[in-house]
Design a protein around this ligand. Structure first.
Ligand code: OAD
Length: 224
């Protein structure tokens, strides 16, 4: 079976009712990214950070995978599919995708802010003073700006073997995540599905499908 690698961002979950970050109605229009998504923000105002991610968790719980997530899962019948997502939601998994790398963490996990190898499942709100057994505060299992992206190594390892590469719903503005495109074998078929596609992909020779993720994924099926 051919290896199909799908790289997703917030845009794939938009039609499930989850806000993106940089669109006009995106999360970073309503929140200061430095306050809620950096280690400094955590030190300064744990309350605000915890509240922000508690809200995200509640919203993800309510959301359902959409047609785009489902088509990606269905492609597993014909391809070896590896999903690399920047999303912290679990909609790929709930749609049935078996191989998902979360570059930026997972909303249904938390970790100690002292020993980050102490990871716990979390379904509900985290109390602002909740502590891990090592005495550290429990913080979201999310990669913040200024922090390392440990799953990059795993993602980079699968890219040279990709036979087909599909990008769905990401502005490609956040590094190192967006840099994974540089690890693809030259000349493999590439597709970019986005309601409002970022410019730079034209230079990679990707086929641009300028549509919402659900429609765009249906169209992709005609090209595969
Ligand atoms: P962005 O908000 O930067 O980009 C969302 C992309 O989705 C844009 O290109 C939109 O045009 C597109 N889009 C919006 N609605 C869509 C729809 N219905 N169908 C298809 N595309 C749609 O989100 P990301 O690129 O995922 O990181 O952001 C990357 C990272 O920045 C996130 O993982 C997050 C954020 O800060 C952390 O918090 C660490």
């Amino acid at each position: 079976m051919k290896n199909l690698v799908v790289f997703t961002g917030a845009g794939i979950s938009a039609e499930s009712g989850l806000q993106t970050f940089r669109d006009a109605d995106g999360l970073w229009m309503g929140y200061n990214v430095y306050e809620v998504a950096t280690p400094e923000g955590w030190k300064t105002n744990r309350n605000l950070v915890q509240d922000f991610y508690n809200q995200r968790r509640r919203e993800v719980k309510k959301a359902q995978p959409n047609k785009a997530h489902k088509i990606i899962a269905q492609l597993q019948k014909d391809y070896h599919v590896q999903v690399i997502t920047q999303n912290i939601d679990d909609l790929h998994e709930r749609a049935g995708s078996e191989n998902v790398i979360h570059l930026h963490g997972e909303i249904f996990k938390m970790k100690s802010d002292k020993d980050e190898s102490l990871i716990y499942p979390v379904l509900d709100d985290i109390a602002v003073d909740a502590k891990a057994p090592d005495g550290g505060y429990l913080r979201p299992y999310v990669v913040w700006f200024g922090e390392a992206v440990p799953e990059m190594e795993t993602a980079i390892a699968v890219l040279p073997d990709a036979d087909i590469f599909v990008v769905v719903g990401t502005s490609l503005q956040v590094y190192p995540a967006a840099g994974i495109l540089n690890y693809l074998s030259p000349g493999i078929p590439g597709f970019l599905i986005d309601k409002n596609p970022p410019d730079m992909q034209n230079s990679k020779g990707f086929k641009i499908i300028a549509k919402p993720a659900t429609e765009g994924m249906e169209e992709l099926l005609k090209h595969l």
